[in-house]
Design a protein around this ligand. Structure first.
Ligand code: 26Q
Length: 816
């Protein structure tokens, strides 16, 4: 228990907060009110550490990293904060003594969904690790009023419902109006000739919004260090006073007011295409401009030599979304700090570093010049000059090679290419898994790699064991601590000590009993939420992630349809009962993705209600997959589905969370799966499908012909025909036609079966058979499951962060 709080004091503080906030006592308060009061009490425990950490960091003059990200998918804070404060159990007991169940309070917390998926969750894991390791860090992001939509399943279809996560107030944030910054949009740039013959550039006729930061504490694991996630909200620059404006001002005031209202309204859901939406660019510039201005201001408080900026500050850009930071830092240094170009460039090019999370070209961020220069005239001007100089550099290095400028130019073909800006100006470029980084170097970013090989490195992703084991799976966490001590909580490679227990029957039994209990916990959740009974003795086979064609949820469900056919054709077949579980949100406008959700639910309905198969097969779609229910799912999984088309998944991080919790991977050699197999050994994972190289080879030769497979394989043909013959959906045989077409018909825009689903089908089905055979051998399975946990040490985000620190950020650890 934190030393300034005894149980009695804590309860007293909760009672005080209940009175203060709601005029209630414990007996009369609602669960939501109790959650709020307890959270405020926990915030009280944090605040001292928060202030003293910041003071200490300042005193030490420690270098800091600003992790710039459009998304931070932090998940619920209450339970996690208690774990990192080291007093979860004590507080749970204290609350229990006054008749309050901490678990129920935790369920009252909205799950702050300020992110889409992997990239946003990675940012959250990084903040946890940075702080636990004692590094000075800021997360910089946006305080969206509406986060990722809530998903409702209605007649099998996804419906998007707004996520009003702030409606009851968020107890862990702190508004910091004293650090507000003005951010400017639109207008034009005026030139003023100075006496020395150079120009001053003056931005005029713009609209402004006020960026107001809200700080959320990030608590290190039992180390008294607290860092800050700073999310910016927009407010009108002046109080809106109708009477005092004449006609011209009135229009402008209205527009500014509107700008402030819309800018932080909602998180853009990830799409398969980068649509050049003006509001998205506004969001990007909004939080970046505010963050950069604040970073320069904060630096100047402790140092008057601005040239030392890169010695004390690093900006890590989470994908290209915050890349405008490069031009904004140039602008602030030149226009506000009055530096010359060369000095500003010297600073900027040693401050900014870029992480790439995708190789899919349709996702690469590009903005039309017209839009960009209208919205951000001064910033655009700076990018033009960066581009001019960069092109000259390219031409000097590759004289006469016009293709190089075409491929690497920052401004080209009417567009601003953000990745090119990030690579040309940043001092570091990294991929997020070894395979991914190799593909970047050899294919997608080959020209850049040849020009700047020293900038490139790999930083394989990781996850925090504090949330995804301590909090998600307390039974397993305690068991591990019992066996090998608790050092694994801050040094995950310690888990390798568990390898000793693979020959210990009793230990294996305990391990599998914990898995069973977690399966029961999930079964209860499924019964409550889906009304479907699932058998914890069956194999729990889980695929949870965003819905995207490349992630191939479709392969999974087509295979389930195939299994169902087999069971129906041969009712006496020896089939080990299996429960297939899905969780996935589809972007609202992503037709095929949404149709896949409908397909999964339609198939689930038929299979789950077919008494003739005696419950051998169950299919469950978890509504509104998010961080909080993810924790239940990882803990309960036997099989982890990681079946993306090889070369498409940059890394994946769900794969690591499953592994940590003792699930066995069925997967392709893609992303971090490659490294997972390397750690656990290929006997303890089941790999199938084309390799990345084979996929790329096919793609370079115009794909392959799925119709051949359709014609020659009756099992596959039967499944595909069931998409369009009304087998699952007698009322509307056309419903799934587009899925059928996506697999078999070449459209002008794309090849048939772009993601090699039919090509990999047989190999996947064989792999699934291996899983079944494997699971029947209880002892072998238990060993493999335990080995997955034991070998997952590499995938801690602590390891990832240490690599970033050593190779890119060069931070020192706090010594307090
Ligand atoms: C871009 C423009 C306009 C609107 C939205 C977006 C947008 C938003 C989110 C584009 C991409 C994202 C998110 C990408 C993402 O989550 N990528 C995943 O990052 C993980 C962490 O590195 C990897 O593990 C996954 O492989 C990768 O898919």
């Amino acid at each position: 228990m934190a030393k300034m709080f005894s149980k009695e004091e804590f309860i007293k503080s909760v009672e005080d907060n209940l009175k203060l906030l709601y005029r209630k006592d414990v007996e009369s308060a609602s669960t939501q009110q109790l959650y709020q009061a307890v959270s405020y009490s926990v915030k009280e425990m944090i605040i001292e550490k928060w202030m003293s950490s910041q003071n200490e960091f300042e005193k030490q003059g420690a270098k800091m990293v600003y992790y710039m990200s459009m998304e931070f998918l932090v998940g619920r804070a209450l339970g996690n904060n208690l774990i990192n404060l080291g007093c979860y159990k004590e507080i749970a007991e204290a609350l229990d003594e006054i008749g309050v169940d901490l678990n129920l309070l935790e369920d009252e917390e909205p799950d702050p969904a300020l992110g889409n998926g992997g990239l946003g969750r990675l940012a959250a894991c990084f903040l946890d690790s940075l702080t636990t390791l004692g590094y000075r860090a800021y997360g910089c992001g946006i305080r969206y009023h509406y986060g990722m939509f809530k998903q409702k399943i209605d007649d099998g279809f996804q419906k998007e419902v707004p996520d009003n996560w702030l409606k009851d107030g968020y107890p862990f944030e702190l508004k910091r109006p004293e650090h507000a910054k003005e951010v400017r949009f639109g207008g034009y740039v005026n030139y003023v000739l100075k006496q020395d013959g150079t120009y001053d550039y003056i931005h005029e006729g713009y609209q402004s919004v006020k960026a107001v930061p809200y700080d959320i504490p990030i608590i290190g694991y039992k180390n008294n260090v607290v860092n800050t996630l700073r999310i910016w909200d927009a407010e009108p620059i002046n109080e809106f006073q109708l009477e005092s404006f004449d006609a011209g001002d009135y229009k402008k005031a209205l527009e500014q007011d509107n700008l402030a209202k819309t800018i932080t309204e909602v998180l853009y859901p990830k799409d398969d295409h980068m649509a050049g939406k003006e509001l998205r660019l506004k969001q990007q510039y909004f939080f970046i401009s505010a963050s950069v201005q604040r970073a320069v201001e904060a630096f100047k408080l402790g140092n008057d030599n601005i040239m030392e900026f890169p010695k004390y500050v690093c900006f890590q850009l989470n994908d290209t979304h915050p890349t405008i930071a490069i031009a904004e830092l140039m602008r602030v240094l030149m226009d506000d700090e009055m530096l010359e170009w060369d000095d500003a460039w010297e600073i900027t090019s040693h401050t900014c570093a870029y992480t790439n999370h995708t190789i899919m070209s349709e996702a690469l961020e590009k903005w039309p010049i017209e839009l960009f220069s209208r919205l951000l005239p001064r910033v655009y001007q700076i990018i033009e000059e960066i581009n001019r100089r960069f092109q000259a550099q390219i031409e000097a290095k590759y004289p006469g090679d016009t293709k190089k400028v075409e491929k690497m130019g920052i401004i080209y073909d009417g567009q601003v290419r953000m990745a090119n800006l990030a690579i040309a100006c940043g001092f570091s470029v990294n991929g997020v898994a070894r395979l991914h980084t190799e593909i970047l170097k050899k294919q997608e970013l080959k020209d850049f790699y040849e020009m700047f090989p020293e900038k490139f490195s790999n930083k394989t992703n990781g996850i925090t064991q504090r949330r995804f084991l301590c909090h998600a799976n307390p039974l397993l966490a305690d068991w591990i601590t019992d066996k090998i001590g608790d050092e694994w909580i801050t040094n995950l490679s310690e888990l390798s000590k568990l390898k000793l227990y693979t020959e210990d029957e009793k230990a294996l039994n305990e391990f599998m009993t914990i898995k069973f209990k977690n399966k029961q916990r999930l079964a209860k959740y499924v019964l409550e939420h889906n009304g479907v009974e699932i058998d914890p003795h069956s194999i729990f086979d889980i695929q949870v992630k965003r819905l995207h064609e490349y992630k191939r949820q479709l392969l999974n469900i087509l295979h389930i349809m195939y299994l169902y056919n087999r069971i129906k054709e041969r009712p006496d077949i020896d089939f080990y009962p299996r429960t297939f579980i899905f969780g996935a949100k589809a972007a609202a406008g992503y037709h095929i993705a949404k149709l896949t959700i409908k397909l999964i639910n339609t198939v689930a309905d038929i299979i789950n209600n077919d008494a003739s198969i005696h419950g051998k097969l169950k299919v469950v779609f978890i509504e509104d997959y998010r961080v909080s229910n993810a924790e239940l799912l990882f803990a309960a999984a036997d099989v982890s589905e990681q079946i993306s088309t090889a070369s498409k998944e940059a890394s994946g991080t769900g794969n690591m969370k499953f592994m940590l919790n003792g699930a066995i991977t069925i997967g392709t050699m893609d992303g971090a799966n490659v490294e997972i197999v390397e750690e656990v050994g290929d006997d303890n994972a089941v790999i199938f499908g084309l390799s990345a190289q084979e996929v790329i080879e096919y793609e370079n030769h115009g794909g392959y012909d799925p119709v051949e497979i359709f014609n020659s394989d009756p099992d596959i043909r039967k499944v595909l025909m069931q998409l369009i013959n009304g087998f699952y959906n007698p009322g509307d045989t056309e419903l799934f036609r587009d899925i059928y077409n996506s697999l078999l018909n070449t459209k002008s825009s794309s090849r048939a079966d772009t993601y090699f689903i039919l090509k990999d089908f047989k190999s996947y089905a064989n792999a699934q058979e291996k899983i079944e055979e494997f699971y029947r051998d209880k002892n072998r399975w238990a060993k493999a499951a335990l080995l997955n946990t034991a070998c997952s040490g590499k995938f801690s985000s602590d390891r990832t962060i240490e690599e970033y620190v050593k190779d890119i950020w060069k931070l020192e650890k706090a010594n307090f």
